[in-house]
Every structure is written in C-alpha cells, then in structure tokens.
Design a protein around this ligand. Sequence first.
Ligand SMILES: [Zn+2]
Length: 285
Amino acid sequence: MKHNKTRISPFSLIEPFTPGISPARAPSTSTLWFIFHNDRLLIEQRTDEGIAVCSAPPISRGLSPIFSQYIGNYNSTDIYAAEIQEPPALPETMQFTKLRSLFGKIDREIFSLAGRAVQIVQWNRDHKYCGRCGTGMLIRQTELAKNCPACGFISFPRLSPAVIMSIVRGKEILLARSPHFRKGMYSTLAGFVEPGETLEETVTREIREEVNIEISDIAYIGSQPWPFPHSLMIGFTTRYTAGDIQIDNKEIEDAQWFSIDNLPVLPTRMSIAYHLIELFIKNTH
Ligand SMILES: [Zn+2]
C-alpha cells in the first residue's frame, strides 16, 4: 500500500478504516485475508514484494477456517479475519509467523490491520460461551458483538487500556527495565488502568508504585493499539516533582535517570515508548 497522505497521529492508519460486519454493496477493488493459527499470521514470501498477507479466502489455499469474519474496509480493500485450527502442510513460500515478530518487519498499515484482525479472532475464540450462564454465544448480525440466546448477555471485543509515560527531570529522563527486556534495554514506565480510575490517576499511581516518584504536568501525547493480547497504549509526558528512585522489584528490576549523552539501548522505533523518548530528546537542548 502506497500513500502520500500524513497520519493523524504517528500510530494511526493513513486512510480511514470503516469497521463493519458485512461488506458494503459497492464492490471493492481488492480483499485482504488475515488468517491466524493461534497468534500466528499466515504470510507469503513473494519474490517481487517481500512479505505479503493472503489476498484470497482461506479455502483457495486449501485451508478450512473454523471462524471467518468480514471486519471492515480500508482504502477500497475489504478486510477479513479468519482462524485455522490445524494448518495442513503449506508450500515453502507460506508460513504462519508470530504476529509480534512481524512488528517493524512488515508495512505499518498491514501490521495495524493485522492487529485489528487478531483481536477479533481471539475475542471469538475466548468468548464462545456466555460468561454469565455458560450457554453458547451467537454472533450478532447488527454490530461486532455476541449475545447469549438464554440470558441476553452481550459481549463486545475486549480492550485493556494501559498508560505509558515519560518522566523528565531537567535534562534527564527516567527509564526502567523489566526482567524480560533484551540485554541493556530500558524503556518508559507503563501500566494498566484499574476500573474506575482516570488515566491521570493511573499515571500517578503507576509511577508511585514502580519507582516511588511524584510527578506533575501530565500531558497527552498519542495512543498506540498493542494487540498482545488486547491493549491500547495511551501515552503521556510528565514532569518530576519529588522523590528518590525506589523500585518495586516486581515489574521492574532497575530504573535510572538518563541524559541524552548516556542513553541505554532503547525500544523499537515503531513503539510509542520510543516516540516518548524521542520527544524528550527533541525538547532537551
Ligand atoms: Zn447467558
């Protein structure tokens, strides 16, 4: 997909995506099929254009999906999500690859669309039965939701909002590392929103819990869907006001103040964490 337009935020699609549960009557110029087996996406290695996702229904590849669903239209392309339970032998040029490992390796637009598709596939798989009475759920024909024929309970795809924030003290930024990060890498703090919390309360609480620091001047920067499994990262900048670093030793194993001259290994450029650190670098001169 080639575009000249600019994004409304660094992590938005360039063209508007129109979600839907059945294709519009007007014919689309193309289709894209995001076919998953667990958290792995079916990709094809094409000699002319690198990695591509399927442009034809699973059946055309000899695959029988246990779930397939139209999810919307993007730039005149109809987008479908499907799930395969047991993949048959595939040609050498095709394989199921962990979606997460494709971050930064495939076209950003395609990755974003795959993120939408995988969340719908997972939601379908994980909400087969009513959470209230255990009856099998039915897919609604009017909106992206399921309802229970016995008790009427309605289930929508699940989203877990999480905040991610930079803390700046003069010409330094506070970065921390989790035990699962690659060697030497530090990133911004992040954490899930608790029921009933404002985003600002989450930012303040997470910083207090993880590093025992007080902050002010919470400013919204942007958001990034993070479909592992269903987060929405909401990014903020904050300013240090008081406290000495004291780590919780649960979620993080180290936290330090870094200046531009001694930055550690940073997260991937396509992440909102990197975007927040980049903002600090731009604003510190
Ligand atoms: Zn029910």
